[in-house]
Design a protein around this ligand. Structure first.
Ligand code: PLP
Length: 384
């Protein structure tokens, strides 16, 4: 694909990545769980308050560990939104689990906590809230429902690094939480992720599953005198070069988040008049959510043709894009999962949302140009 003049995303490099990779190379320590991985774990635990964090190849891998940890059996049901990335569902389907798709809230596009209880059956094992755009789900309600029905909660916080709910880091509230460091996220390592284990009872098994089903982590700590095959697992840990890259990003995580928040706020102010005119609606962030400016999106009213808006951005060489095709309407979603009800909000919003370019370092001039295109086209793209 050819590079766009104003792309949707530009991976941000802090400048220290190659330095730390060279250091890992010099240390001669390239496999997983070396010094950089340990620094990353300590940072994640300090920043989130989680009992234990483990770097993984991806958020997808972290979700797969979660499904193994929760011992998902064929036919077990997992409640999740349909408006999410495929990995949220895939990780559980790999264990034979059945995603049960529940509708989202019209304001945050997050799992509607008021609909969860009605979707619970005797087969329900877990709830997987997804913090869309780094804006928290209503976690107090979700945790209370889970407790009442003895369900586990896995937060898909892929987009939620550095974001909070009532002062608590996303990913640190449920029994388990997962982060992504994919290059499209805020803090990156190309491909990468982490599992946060907030229930201390799950820590030892999480280490075992991540290390090919062996107690190798305990062996390295000197807790056992040989390591053996303990349970079903796989290789989910990244090498040290990835962790070295990630460490450079962690060091700058506050600055990256601040910069993105500034750009996010600028869009928000510039688009207020268009919202007042009724040609779009801006993101809604509940007052107890501190988001991380992962994404800036707008929702068009039904009378505006989204494709015409997207075409106009393309004509101007600007990378504005739509987002998820709801999982319940996808071929694999229909084969492996089921929708709980009509998912009216999901269906409607998925067809009307546009994400605008946002990255660390996007300039005010670029944002002014993007908003000008949006203004012009929304004024002419009304369906007759
Ligand atoms: C990005 C993303 C993932 C997958 O992350 P990877 O690190 O690419 O595996 C999963 N869930 C959500 C909600 C995401 O945004």
């Amino acid at each position: 694909m050819k590079k766009q003049r104003i792309p949707f995303n530009k991976p941000h490099m802090t400048g220290k990545e190659l330095h730390y990779i060279a250091q890992a190379h010099f240390n001669g320590c390239l496999a997983g769980d070396g010094p950089f991985t340990k620094k990353c774990h300590a940072w994640l635990e300090a920043r989130t308050g989680s009992a234990k964090s483990l770097l993984t190849h991806s958020c997808t891998a972290a979700l797969e560990i979660a499904a193994l940890l929760l011992d998902i059996q064929p036919g077990d049901e997992i409640i999740m939104p349909s408006y999410t990335f495929v990995s949220t569902a895939n990780a559980f389907v790999l264990r034979g689990g059945v995603p049960v798709f529940v509708d989202i809230r019209a304001d945050t596009l997050n799992l509607d906590e008021r609909l969860i209880e009605a979707a619970i059956t005797p087969r329900t094992k877990a709830i997987v809230p997804v913090h869309y755009a780094g804006v928290a789900c209503e976690m107090d309600t979700i945790m209370a429902v889970a407790k009442r029905h003895s369900l586990k909660v896995v937060e898909d916080a892929a987009q939620g690094v550095m974001a909070c709910y009532k002062g608590r880091a996303l990913g640190s509230i449920g029994d388990l939480g997962t982060y992504s460091f994919h290059e499209t996220k805020n803090v990156i390592s190309g491909e990468g992720g982490a599992l946060l284990i907030n229930d201390p009872d799950l820590v030892l098994r999480a280490e075992i599953i991540r290390e090919k089903g062996t107690d190798r982590s305990q062996f390295f700590r000197g807790a056992v005198d040989k390591y053996t095959w303990q349970e079903v697992g796989s290789s989910f840990l990244p090498g040290e070069l990835t962790a070295a890259f990630l460490w450079a990003q962690f060091e700058e995580a506050d600055r990256i988040t601040q910069d993105r928040l500034t750009s996010w706020q600028r869009y928000h102010a510039m688009l207020a008049p268009l919202e007042a005119e009724g040609v779009l609606r801006r993101p809604i962030v509940p007052h107890d959510c501190q988001h991380n400016a992962h994404m800036y999106y707008v929702v068009l009213p039904p009378e505006i043709d989204r494709q015409r808006v997207l075409d106009e951005f393309k004509r101007n060489d600007i990378g504005a894009v739509f987002h998820y095709v709801p999982l319940h309407s996808s071929p694999a979603g229909q084969q492996h999962g089921r929708a709980d009800g009509e998912l009216i909000i999901t269906n409607s919003l998925a067809e009307r949302l546009i994400r605008l370019p946002l990255w660390m370092g996007i300039t005010e001039d670029q944002q002014i140009e993007i908003v000008a295109v949006l203004k012009k086209i929304t004024h002419t793209a009304r369906r007759m």
